[in-house]
Design a protein around this ligand. Structure first.
Ligand SMILES: CC(=O)Nc1cnc2ccccc2c1
Length: 446
């Protein structure tokens, strides 16, 4: 420890310091690897973004829900080879229970719907904004947490549900200044794959695994993709045909291959016609190669992408009609999307659309001398009770300090409590933008 005497040897007197810190080093003040703090300026941007998420959800008539960030590990154990499974942030708790930090929100939502059972009437339209976790080996140095906005419709089998979900995301983009020339949605249906796999006699239980592998179509070399597909037992010929179908560029070409009878074509045609009615046709395009990487999707799938092709997918979602029944629930149709808080901020930076958000305070209240601190508290309270934001100077400070603080917190005006004015219940106010200064009875101050 450094005793006061060590402070440059003034009179040499040694006074033991009040706090001795010999028994620990300075703690690591950074947050754990892959996680973020949100100091005020970052929290203002986060709140701006999340408020848009939530306002759009409410505009569409959805109800907010939330779940524990900690779930039973079993909720996320799927044997389809998903990346989200390999990176599960899971552990054994002190009660020897296998638990996990949720990597996504949909399983928790499905669990709550089943828990609610008959006590809720369908359709349900729920939304949530929640932190999700993954445990990646240090090597990648990527983030281990992000916040996701989810909107889900439970109990509607028609494609009108997916069409509305896309409309809500388009509404969000428009609110923050993103246009159809900045981003688009690639739309397809996993029923294309399902119909192809049936045609080649591939067992249904391979469906999820095959989709997860095919989702890597643009991430790994094609012969590696073929090898992985082959390892599931699918024939070479079937694999060739699959990849051919996935490279199809239009719905008409797809109809050529699949025939017009299948649900895939019908669903997609209906979605594109609904897009017209919702007014977002120029935002979406058919793209047979979109499958998404989550095993539980069963029908329409979509993902938002930046047209410059510089960023990863902005958001994604689709229909998951079997998820509730795999958890032992009834056979209830469902669809939804997830929208992360990372890529969208990169996109806003790219487009120079980040909002300038500063602190805004209406009043700084301060006492002009020591024994008016109580009076200043009374003034602050009077203003706050009228809904005015007040930064009350909590200790006696020279005016120079107060002006500096007023500038930093971007205060609109100074409310000064002086001896003379306070004797007849007045305060003096200085409007900082104009420099205008006046005296006013406290009760007349609004
Ligand atoms: C770009 C980014 O931060 N992605 C990200 C970050 N954290 C996650 C955590 C769980 C699941 C997916 C995640 C995805």
């Amino acid at each position: 420890t450094k005793l006061n005497g060590g402070g440059g040897g003034r009179s040499g007197s040694i006074v033991a310091p009040l706090v001795v810190n010999e028994d620990f080093q300075r703690i690591d003040v950074n947050p754990p690897k892959g996680t973020r703090d949100f100091p005020p300026e970052d929290m203002r941007l986060r709140n701006w973004l999340f408020n848009h998420f939530k306002e759009v959800s409410r505009l569409f008539g959805y109800e907010e829900v939330d779940f524990p960030v900690l779930e039973t590990e079993a909720l996320f154990i799927r044997k389809a080879g998903e990346e989200i499974r390999d990176q599960l942030y899971c552990f054994e708790d002190r009660g020897n229970r296998r638990v996990a930090l949720r990597p996504e929100l949909t399983p928790s939502l499905a669990r709550l719907v089943i828990q609610k059972g008959k006590s809720v009437s369908l359709p349900l339209k729920w939304f949530a904004v929640g932190q999700c976790w993954r445990y990646e080996r240090m090597t990648r140095g990527r983030r281990r947490e992000h916040y996701q906005w989810n909107m889900d419709i439970i109990g509607v089998p028609q494609v009108t549900a997916e069409a509305e979900l896309i409309s809500s995301i388009v509404t969000f983009f428009k609110r923050i200044g993103i246009t159809a020339s900045d981003v688009g949605f690639k739309v397809s249906s996993r029923k294309v794959l399902q119909e192809m796999l049936r045609k080649y006699g591939v067992p249904e239980n391979l469906f999820g695994r095959v989709c997860v592998i095919i989702d890597k179509i643009e991430k790994i070399p094609v012969d590696e993709l073929k090898k992985e597909l082959g390892s599931t037992g699918i024939s070479e010929d079937a694999i060739e045909q699959l990849l051919l179908v996935l490279s199809v560029k239009s719905l008409d070409d797809l109809e050529e291959i699949l025939g017009g009878a299948g649900e895939a074509i019908a669903d997609l045609k209906q979605l594109f016609s609904l897009a017209e009615k919702f007014g977002y046709s120029e935002w979406i395009q058919f793209d047979a190669s979109v499958v998404r990487g989550l095993a539980y999707y069963t029908g329409i799938v979509f993902e938002g992408f930046d047209r410059k092709g510089k960023l990863r997918a902005i958001c994604g979602g689709g229909r998951y009609d079997r998820l509730l029944s795999t958890y032992g629930g009834d056979d209830i149709p469902a669809c939804g999307f997830g929208f992360g808080d990372a890529v969208i901020v990169e996109l806003l930076k790219e487009k120079d659309l980040l909002p300038e958000l500063g602190q805004e305070i209406e009043n700084i209240v301060c006492a002009l001398d020591k024994d008016l601190q109580g009076a200043a508290a009374t003034v602050a309270t009077a203003l706050r009770s009228k809904g005015q934001t007040v930064d009350l100077v909590l200790e006696y400070k020279p005016l120079k300090w107060v002006f500096k603080r007023a500038d930093r917190v971007n205060a609109r005006r100074l409310v000064l409590v002086g001896k003379k004015e306070w004797e007849d219940g007045s305060v003096s106010v200085k409007v900082l933008s104009s420099g205008e200064q006046f005296q006013v009875k406290l009760n007349d101050l609004e």
